[in-house]
Design a protein around this ligand. Structure first.
Ligand code: ACO
Length: 353
């Protein structure tokens, strides 16, 4: 009998697990549906820097088939076509081969942009031919593509540096940052910065908060931002806790900021309504925060990964905010669905240019 009840309990656990998983995926699919539908209404050209990569080719096929984006695979034409055939993908992809003579003007443009940053003419030519991250960045910068994706085969900083150097930040931005959208059963939170700025000061934190709030609206979510720390509203006062506190103040005093924001606060204060409404009923947030701004990269990167692996959240990202054109740098090991989701986000971004 003990065995039966054990097995029954296991079945129950499994059912509960499945239900939770379905609910969570339901939320994440619902969020992505908003973006995928927006993307399909006006699919833009997305340059895929790692065009010979199998996952990129599969993702390109899916984007094209579903009308989410017009992918441009960057790389050796023969290799890409051979791989597509081996994968059994029946499509006629748009390919840009950096070794074709027709792209010499990209080297000229790179030289023009970077000659006073230590790049010589021959180096520019070499970079365009050999480093597809530079090629894709110039493609976006010159307007031959509307967005760019890279990162599957590089360390994150190596994928990020060329677009930072070539595309740069938007007019209203000085800093790029990486945002993850984390979806749970009944809630969605945006976490930043999870991938770029090692130790942002209070002004950078304030800027990142604004970019992240704007991104949340793109997913039809009204932002409520919390500047996170290990203290609540001055309960510990030192340089570390002052940084998010001052960032919150900068945002509250900024006439452009049209969303509730407060801090510094602990993560549970930000997320638990009873704490917010009880002990800290003076806080500007009346409901739990859905934009979580971490005080530094260690906290942000560790935090989102804990939510994903222990909290069971579905993660979409990293979405790069603050750039002049939509550029996203994937993580090594990301899957085809991650690539397609980020491409859709980039397309929606590009539609608003
Ligand atoms: N926002 C916008 N532009 C930036 C930023 C930023 N945060 N940081 C640097 N830049 C610009 C610089 O101004 C410079 O432009 P310029 O050459 O036109 O003057 C260009 O980028 C390159 O700057 P460098 O100083 O050469 O690059 P740096 O060594 O500062 O590297 C980088 C920048 C790559 C973002 C670095 O800060 C970094 O490695 N960050 C951490 C990345 C990381 O490891 N993330 C965690 C893992 S990723 C994951 O888990 C998905």
């Amino acid at each position: 009998a003990a065995q039966t009840s054990g097995a029954a309990r296991k079945r129950l656990d499994m059912n509960e697990y499945r239900e939770r998983l379905e609910a969570r995926l339901g939320k994440s699919r619902e969020m992505m549906r908003v973006v995928l539908n927006k993307a399909k209404s006006n699919p833009k050209r997305v340059a895929l820097a790692e065009g010979t990569n199998e996952k990129m080719i599969r993702a390109a096929y899916q984007m094209q088939e579903e009308g989410i984006a017009q992918p441009i695979l960057i790389g050796n034409t023969k290799r890409i076509l051979r791989k597509a055939e081996e994968l059994g993908l029946d499509f006629d992809p748009t390919i840009a081969n950096p070794r074709d003579g027709e792209w010499d003007h990209y080297a000229d443009r790179l030289y023009e942009l970077r000659q006073r940053k230590g790049i010589t003419e021959s180096e520019a030519s070499e970079l365009i031919r050999r480093d597809s991250n530079y090629f894709a960045s110039i493609m976006v910068e010159t307007g031959d593509a509307d967005a760019m994706l890279t990162g599957l085969t590089h360390h994150y900083p190596a994928g990020l540096r060329p677009p930072l150097q070539v595309v740069g930040t938007a007019e209203d931005a000085n800093y790029a940052a990486g945002v993850y959208m984390m979806t749970f059963k009944n809630r969605v939170v945006f976490c930043a910065d999870t991938t770029v700025n090692l130790d942002p000061d209070e002004e950078i934190l304030a800027e990142i908060t604004k970019h992240t709030a704007k991104l949340a609206r793109r997913f039809n979510i009204e932002p409520r931002a919390a500047l996170l720390s290990y203290s609540n509203f001055g309960s510990v006062n030192n340089e570390g806790t002052a940084k998010p506190r001052n960032a919150a103040k900068l945002l509250q005093d900024d006439p452009e900021v049209d969303f509730p924001v407060d801090g510094e606060m602990q993560a549970d204060t930000a997320l638990v309504e009873d704490i917010l409404e009880g002990t800290y009923d003076f806080a500007e947030l009346e409901e739990p925060a859905n934009v979580l701004i971490f005080p530094n990269l260690e906290a942000g990167n560790i935090g989102y990964k804990l939510l994903q692996r222990l909290g069971g959240a579905e993660a979409i990202g990293p979405m790069l905010v603050g750039m002049d054109k939509p550029v996203h740098v994937l993580q090594r090991g990301d899957e085809v669905k991650d690539i397609v989701n980020l491409a859709a986000t980039a397309v929606v971004d590009a539609q608003e240019e």
